[in-house]
Design a protein around this ligand. Structure first.
Ligand code: BGC
Length: 445
């Protein structure tokens, strides 16, 4: 690894999601999922990192750490706690948070659905409900009415592929089912249609108000899939899984044309040509090895990690650390759609903070290589700013640059946070940084 500069057009910051850090909300489906004992360690999002009350402090840390951008989500149940009832307090709260960010020189990218929605929608069947698309669009309209004057960048839906998979195949998220492929495709179809509608709605609303800087997209979880031992059957599984988990979502959400498996049809765009996304939003974490399975309910494939990995090659959840995958998925989608690439998430659970520094240096190096090769990568949002509730895995995994002491909510500045701050400030990865973080295992901070 050689020292390198951060290209001028690549903006750096972090990402979070409301349910994972805010605390205090009893109207979301995840609160109820926690109450039902479905979050590891009897976890609940009820306190989390108490960001709802501490966003001033957290934004101050971001600014002191020279972050330029921040991806955050709005908790739908804070805005619409009961169906059709809008909370003035919830709306005012996020406005204040956005204004604080903007005043601090940090540009927000706002996600409208990040794995959570109101319990009242869950009770109607969540994203499998026929009403879900219209209800999401009504919520979107409210958001753009409330914040459209100051927020220009939106991410409609986070990882519809992981959401549908973990809810309807793996039974890990609220409304969970096991191997229910029908619900997987039904929820996928509704989320895709919701994205297409929201893209048009946000653009129309802001254009009518005279804004010309609107950017709307979605974030897809892109793992790098490889067939197990290049075995011919596993290659077939890899192709099916790659389509059902990545391609089907990207093609439909970009073009507005739904495949037959999602019922077919075409949603008309605002422009006679062009996509329903202004950027390619990629959440990248790892490589997966796909093995053939005879089970149609899991789409003839099982997802595995590479065999015989050493401790240094894995994160705390056992996922492979594989920086070249970030290059590969970004390059592939860029050549497919020729839109700017936003890395909307990339990060590591690493409680001892021994690998995070190296992880950041190696993944940013892949982005530098992409940019040097003519690929228009514009944003890097590190996941995550803070330790958070890792959904059904609860509070064990530690993804934060900033650690949280859950006893007293103290913010702990990890060594990797200082490294990232120095990269953001100096716009380079120096020889000293490589020596300190990449050569040997870093001692716990
Ligand atoms: C999600 C995050 C999650 C992260 C780490 C992504 O799938 O968008 O909410 O915490 O990965 O698992």
């Amino acid at each position: 690894m050689k020292p390198y500069e951060i290209p001028e057009n690549l903006l750096l910051g972090t990402a979070t999601a409301a349910t994972q850090i805010e605390g205090g909300d009893v109207n979301s489906n995840w609160y109820h999922w926690g109450e039902a004992g479905r979050i590891a360690g009897d976890g609940s999002p009820i306190v989390a990192a108490d960001h709802w009350n501490r966003y001033d402090e957290d934004i101050r840390i971001m600014a002191e750490h020279h972050h330029q951008i921040y991806r955050m989500s709005i908790e739908w149940s804070r805005i619409e706690p009961r169906e059709g009832e809008w909370s003035a307090d919830g709306i005012a709260h996020y406005r204040d948070e956005f204004e604080t960010l903007i005043r601090s020189g940090i540009e927000p990218l706002v996600t409208l659905h990040h794995f959570s929605h109101p319990q009242w929608l869950e009770e109607k069947g969540g994203w499998t409900s026929r009403e879900s698309v219209d209800l999401f669009l009504r919520f979107t309209e409210k958001v753009v009415e409330a914040y459209g004057d100051i927020i220009s960048e939106y991410c409609t839906i986070n990882e519809p592929n992981v959401f549908a998979h973990d809810t309807y195949i793996q039974n890990k998220y609220p409304g969970g089912k096991t191997d229910d492929t029908m619900s997987y495709f039904r929820a996928a179809r509704n989320m895709i249609r919701a994205h297409l509608g929201a893209y048009k709605l946000i653009h129309t609303h802001r254009a009518n108000a005279g804004h010309t800087d609107t950017k709307v997209g979605y974030a897809i979880h892109m793992a790098w899939f490889e067939a197990h031992r290049k075995n011919p059957l596993s290659r077939i599984s890899r192709a099916i899984m790659d389509y059902a988990f990545h391609g089907m979502f990207n093609k439909s959400m970009m073009t507005g044309k739904l495949p037959l498996i999602l019922g077919g049809g075409r949603v008309k765009n605002l422009h006679s040509r062009g996509y329903f996304s202004d950027y390619i939003g990629i959440n990248y974490y790892s490589r997966h090895i796909i093995k053939w399975s005879w089970n149609p309910a899991v789409l003839f494939g099982s997802v595995n990690v590479e065999e015989n990995l050493t401790g240094e090659q894995q994160n705390d959840l056992g996922w492979e650390l594989y920086p070249p995958g970030l290059y590969k998925v970004s390059r592939k989608l860029f050549y497919q759609y020729k839109l700017p690439v936003f890395i909307t998430e990339n990060g590591i659970p690493d409680a001892e903070d021994r690998k995070r520094g190296k992880y950041i240096i190696e993944h940013l190096a892949e982005l530098k290589k992409l940019i040097d090769n003519g690929i228009d990568v514009q944003r890097y949002y590190h996941w995550s700013l803070l330790d958070n509730m890792e959904w059904d895995d609860g509070y064990g995994p530690r993804f934060g640059l900033i650690g949280i002491n859950y006893e007293n909510q103290e913010r702990i500045i990890r060594r990797s946070a200082e490294l990232y701050a120095a990269i953001c400030r100096n716009r380079e990865v120096s020889q000293d940084m490589i020596e300190e973080f990449c050569k040997a295992a870093v001692s716990p901070s």
